[in-house]
Ligand binder design. Structure first.
Ligand SMILES: [Zn+2]
Length: 358
């Protein structure tokens, strides 16, 4: 009896300590790079192998040992499993391990990379990037993609008065849409009404639009401390992604890529553009809103890894326009004049971003 108890105890204890749970899975589809992103509660172990199946066909296998898959992640996995023109993505659970296989033609897929990171939500992420030949040769058109945060069943942050983040982001988004349309921009919305849209559907949609695009994700903030207030803006910093070492590839897999085709510059370009855009829109917003909100708090620009910033292939920024948990800002965010002022400031900021030749 004692022995049995001990065994049970030890088992429960060790399983609590080591249980790693997969909570979310996304597939951000891009013009030349697709990103399969997993979110865990803790940093998982990952083993990877590559093998040649036949001429020009390779398999890359990632094994995450001892993973529990949440119900939500299970649904998301079924959504991201895919077979397309470039690769066949197989995700399965084998003896408690999570196995991912990417089977591809080396004439179409150029390389596979993997990164680990800590997301803004503090979840532990792993991104497996599949670099492939471009879907289209993008023509130079100036596009603005407005991402109105949350929607449908996902209310986002909710204020004491009952004000919901999804409605604030929608109102700002629509005002911004109209202002930019009037100025002759090509403007797109990741959601047109009060509906739930998966984060990777939003990024994949943005990536599918040809041209020189920017992506603006609008959000409102929440804090348990009701005194916390102000505006903060985020951009992706690639330094936050830690490369995962992958096995050496077969020679023919890499022969497609000319030296210098890719590398540090490829990462620096979107990073710098996002940072420039973020700093421009943020400082303008603080300046412009001072007229209405004289004690406005500048919570500065920050680098972080969030789904929409990670999944978009263009200059992208996420702006938290204020705290619904703060009485004063909740009231301001309920007023159409303040909403209009935010939209006006953003539209002018976007105009000057494009006019400076970015
Ligand atoms: Zn939000």
């Amino acid at each position: 009896m004692y022995k049995r108890f001990c065994l049970l105890f030890c088992f429960v204890f060790s399983s609590i300590k080591t249980e790693i749970i997969l909570n979310k899975a996304f597939l951000h589809v891009g013009n030349s790079k697709d990103k399969l992103v997993f979110y865990f509660n803790e940093n998982p172990k990952v083993n990877s192998t590559s093998s040649k199946l036949k001429n020009n066909i390779m398999e890359y296998r990632f094994l995450f040992p001892k993973i529990k898959i949440s119900t939500e992640a299970n649904k998301m996995i079924n959504r991201v499993k895919t077979k397309n023109n470039f690769y066949d993505l197989k995700i399965s659970k084998k003896l408690g391990d999570l196995e991912i296989k990417v089977i591809f033609n080396t004439k179409k897929v150029i390389d596979i990379e993997a990164y680990s990171f800590t997301a803004i939500t503090s979840a532990k992420g792993v991104s497996i990037n599949i670099l492939h030949k471009p879907v289209s040769n993008k023509i130079s058109k100036k596009n603005v993609i407005i991402d109105m945060g949350h929607g449908g069943k996902d209310k986002g942050a909710v204020g004491k008065s009952g004000i919901q983040e999804k409605d604030i982001t929608y109102k700002i988004g629509i005002d911004l849409y109209n202002l930019l349309k009037d100025q002759g921009f090509n403007v797109y919305l990741t959601r047109k009404k009060d509906v739930f849209v998966d984060l990777d559907k939003r990024t994949s949609f943005a990536n599918s639009i040809p041209g020189n695009s920017i992506f603006i994700s609008i959000h409102a903030n929440h804090s348990n401390n009701s005194n916390t207030c102000g505006i903060e803006s985020y951009y992706l910093d690639y330094d936050l992604l830690r490369p995962i070492r992958l096995p050496l590839r077969l020679a023919n897999a890499r022969s497609e890529v000319a030296q210098g085709d890719r590398g540090a510059n490829d990462f620096l370009r979107p990073l710098n553009k996002s940072k420039i855009l973020c700093e421009l829109l943020h400082s303008k917003l603080i300046d412009d809103l001072k007229n209405i909100n004289n004690n406005i708090v500048d919570r500065k620009t920050k680098s972080s890894v969030s789904q929409v910033l990670l999944g978009t292939e263009m200059a992208s920024v996420l702006i938290e326009v204020g705290f619904v948990s703060n009485k004063k800002e909740e009231k301001l965010l309920s007023s159409p004049e303040y909403i209009q002022a935010i939209a006006k400031s953003l539209s002018e900021g976007i105009q000057s971003y494009f006019s400076t030749g970015s």
